[in-house]
Design a binder for this molecule. Structure first.
Ligand SMILES: *Cc1c(COP(=O)(O)O)cnc(C)c1O
Length: 437
């Protein structure tokens, strides 16, 4: 750290964290929040507004975490806040249908040619779990195939990583997942057509579904070639296997219609989460009317939820999705992010720093110790994360908040003005100079 930059105070956060550790395992309610991969005590946040966050010690940050993706309009957007407050006047949950569910569904289905019917859940994990069950029920097959480096929430059968060998059964990546579950999950590398073809040969007529993040953004930003995704579409069709695009992070982010729209590829089932709830807990899965007719009570695939379609959460979704439908929304957001990322790329290239940035729409990622575009998980060097760790520390001290792990992507929101992005850029330049200069 250079002489004129002071380390931020974490006194109040540290006290809150100490107390939290008496309540929660690791002091948190979701693991990455514990700052295990970066320096210092986790910051306890007390307020967010626009592109800014404030922590318990009153440090102010330009935020690029955006609650891990949902806040595409920034924090505390007036349209979302006002709609939620209006709806809350009438009570918070009824366990009965409301017009708000129709309203959100109409906004989505009326502007998305890739799905005809939708079902709301309360999280991305739940949406994915339900989509997998639907695919299995529909195909009457048990096996599923996933890709190493794609995250699909914490459903048992998806907490599975690649074993050794080219085409393998997965190994559980969490204690508590029965081996017999992992045995139903095949795990292969991204961006590898041969491995995919081999898996379909080895498990002929057994694979119910292939699930992929079409824009893998939970383990770095591992952009796939459109051609690979097209091949995946074709091989699934040829084998009677349903293709699930897990668009919990890319949906409403890389375009209104997500990666399906961006790449113009029709999956069989799409899952959503994050942005769809405007910052409240909402997930969803959608498909053709024919596939969705298999879901209970119309069909035999059971799925339910006490708070599914909750009116307050629907209200937040309606307000946020309505903003996204305004003309030029994605073009503006993308252009701002592109300029921001290009300037940083120019900076690191001129100085020959071993940093490579990738971007799609308003998502970006810093890879260290490489100049290559990384497309599969195994090509990320774990050692390179020490550089991210340093950058994270330097950035916090300069008023910029990134998610506390080098495997996480950054998000630009509509609230990030060009002016704020220029400020953040300068902080990034100064931090990189401390690390590499
Ligand atoms: C965040 C995420 C999930 C899990 O969603 P939760 O709401 O955290 O349960 C699943 N899939 C993808 C692609 C995600 O980014």
């Amino acid at each position: 750290m250079s002489d004129n930059v002071k380390e931020i105070s974490r006194e109040k956060s540290a006290a809150l964290y100490a107390k939290a550790q008496t309540f929660f395992p690791g002091g948190v309610n979701s693991p990455v929040r514990a700052f295990k991969s970066v320096y210092g005590t986790p910051l306890f946040i007390k307020k967010g507004d626009g592109a800014y966050l404030w922590d318990a010690d009153d440090n102010q940050f330009i935020d690029f975490c955006g609650s891990w993706g949902p806040l595409i309009l920034g924090h505390n957007h007036p349209a979302v806040r006002e709609k939620v407050m209006e709806v809350m006047q009438n009570g918070m949950s009824f366990g009965a249908p409301t017009a708000l569910e129709n309203e959100l569904a109409e906004l989505i289905l009326g502007n998305n040619p890739f799905i005809e019917k939708i079902r709301f859940t309360s999280s991305g994990t739940e949406a994915v779990m339900s989509a997998i069950r639907l695919a299995r029920g529909y195909t009457k097959r048990d096996k599923i195939l996933k890709f190493e480096g794609c995250y699909h929430g914490h459903t048992d059968s998806l907490l599975v990583k690649a074993g050794s060998g080219l085409v393998t059964f997965g190994e559980t990546s969490s204690a508590g997942v029965p081996k017999s579950f992992a045995d139903e999950t095949i795990v292969i590398a991204l961006n590898d057509k041969e491995a995919l073809a081999q898996a379909f040969e080895d498990f002929k007529d057994q694979i119910a579904t292939v699930i992929i993040e079409p824009v893998p953004a939970n383990n770095g930003l591992l952009l796939q070639h459109k051609e690979f995704l097209q091949y995946l579409r074709e091989i699934c069709t040829a084998n009677g296997t349903l293709l699930i695009f897990d668009e919990v992070i890319s949906g409403f982010r890389v375009s209104f219609t997500g990666a399906a729209g961006l790449y113009q590829i029709q999956p069989d089932i799409i899952t959503y989460g994050k942005i769809i709830g405007g910052g409240l807990p909402v997930g969803a899965y959608g498909a053709s009317a024919q596939i969705m007719s298999n879901v209970s009570p119309e069909g035999p695939v059971y799925q339910a939820g006490t708070l599914s379609g909750n009116p307050v959460a629907m209200a937040a979704g309606i307000a946020q999705i309505s903003e996204l439908l305004k003309p030029g929304f994605y073009e503006d957001l993308s252009a701002k992010t592109e300029a921001f990322v290009n300037d940083i790329t120019t900076f690191v290239n001129e100085r020959n720093y071993p940093v490579n940035l990738t971007r799609i729409g308003s998502i970006f990622w810093f890879a260290f110790d490489t100049k290559e575009t990384i497309r599969k998980a195994e090509d990320i060097d774990p050692q390179s994360m020490s550089k991210f760790k340093q950058m994270h520390f330097e950035l916090l001290n300069r008023g910029v908040y990134f998610g506390p792990s080098g495997y996480e992507v950054g998000f630009v929101s509509a609230a990030h003005t060009t002016d704020l992005l220029n400020q953040a850029k300068q902080a990034i330049f100064d931090s990189l100079e401390v690390i590499f200069g």
